[in-house]
Write a protein that binds this ligand. Structure first.
Ligand SMILES: Cc1cc2nc3c(=O)[nH]c(=O)nc-3n(C[C@H](O)[C@H](O)[C@H](O)COP(=O)(O)O)c2cc1C
Length: 209
C-alpha cells in the first residue's frame, strides 16, 4: 500500500506526518504567535537524549533588531528565501555533560532528535521549519554571544507558514517541491556489513516499482 501525500510516495505504510514534513523556501512573513512558537520548543523539549542531558540550546529571533542580526549570519544563497521567514533560530549543542564535565559525543545526535520533534510539531500547527547549514559558522558565537568553548553551533532554522512561491528567484522556485528518498535497501543491512554482496541480505523492493 503506497501512501501518497503532496507529491511524495512512501514505499511502505508510514504515518502521514513523515511525508508531510518537508523544507520549503517560500515562507510567508506572517508572524508566528508566541504560544505557537512555545509549542514547537515544547516538542523539542521532549526529545530523548543521552543521560537525559538535553544538550540543545535554541537562540531564537522573532522581531527586530534580533532578526536582522540572525539573518545577517546566513549565506546569501539562504538569505534570498529565508529572509522572509518571520522566525529564525540557531541550534547549538552543549559540548560536555553537565553531570561530570566530560565530552558528550552524543550531543549532536540528541539535538537532531530535538530538531525533528520541532519540525514535526510545526507541521501539526500548520507551519514549516527549514534547517540550514549555510551560515557563517565561525562568526555565530561572537555575534550571538555564545561561548564557543561550551557550545557547537549546528544549524539555523527558518520557521513560519507557507507563502507565495512566485516571490522566489527562478532558480530557487525550480526546487520548490518535496523531494524523494533512497530506498530502504540502500541503508538497512541485516547482519554484518562485510558479507559478499547479496548474501543473507534482506533486499527490499519498492511496492510501487
Ligand atoms: C543540517 C541541515 C542543513 C541544511 N542546510 C540547508 C541549507 O543551508 N540551505 C537549504 O536551502 N536547505 C538546507 N537543508 C535542507 C535539506 O536540503 C533538506 O532537508 C533535504 O533536501 C531533504 O528535504 P526535505 O527536508 O524537504 O525533506 C538542510 C537540512 C539539514 C537537516
Amino acid at each position: 500500500m503506497a501512501i501518497l501525500l503532496n507529491e511524495r510516495r512512501a514505499d511502505r505504510p508510514v504515518d502521514a506526518q513523515f511525508l508531510d514534513r518537508w523544507s520549503p523556501r517560500a515562507f510567508s512573513p506572517a508572524p508566528v504567535p508566541q504560544d505557537v512558537l512555545d509549542s514547537l520548543f515544547e516538542a523539542a523539549r521532549w526529545a530523548p537524549s543521552c543521560f537525559n542531558e538535553q544538550p540543545w540550546l535554541f537562540l531564537c529571533a522573532r522581531e527586530r533588531p534580533d532578526l536582522d542580526q540572525f539573518r545577517g549570519l546566513l549565506l546569501d544563497s539562504n538569505r534570498v528565501w529565508a529572509d522572509r521567514a518571520p522566525v529564525l533560530a540557531y541550534l547549538f549543542a552543549r559540548k560536555t555533560f553537565e553531570r561530570n564535565g566530560k565530552p558528550n559525543r552524543w550531543a549532536m545526535f540528541d539535538c537532531g532528535a530535538a530538531w525533528m520533534s520541532l519540525a514535526l510539531q510545526a507541521r501539526r500547527l500548520g507551519l514549516y521549519a527549514h534547517a540550514m547549514a549555510g551560515f557563517r559558522r565561525e562568526d555565530t558565537y561572537e555575534e550571538l554571544g555564545v561561548p564557543a568553548a561550551d557550545y557547537e553551533v549546528i544549524c539555523a532554522i527558518a520557521i513560519g507558514s507557507y507563502g507565495d512561491p512566485a516571490v522566489l528567484p527562478p532558480d530557487v522556485a525550480a526546487r520548490e517541491k518535496p523531494n524523494d528518498r533512497k530506498p530502504i535497501s540502500s541503508f538497512v543491512i541485516y547482519g554484518r556489513m562485510d558479507k559478499p554482496a547479496g548474501w543473507g541480505r534482506f533486499e527490499l523492493r519498492s511496492l510501487t516499482a
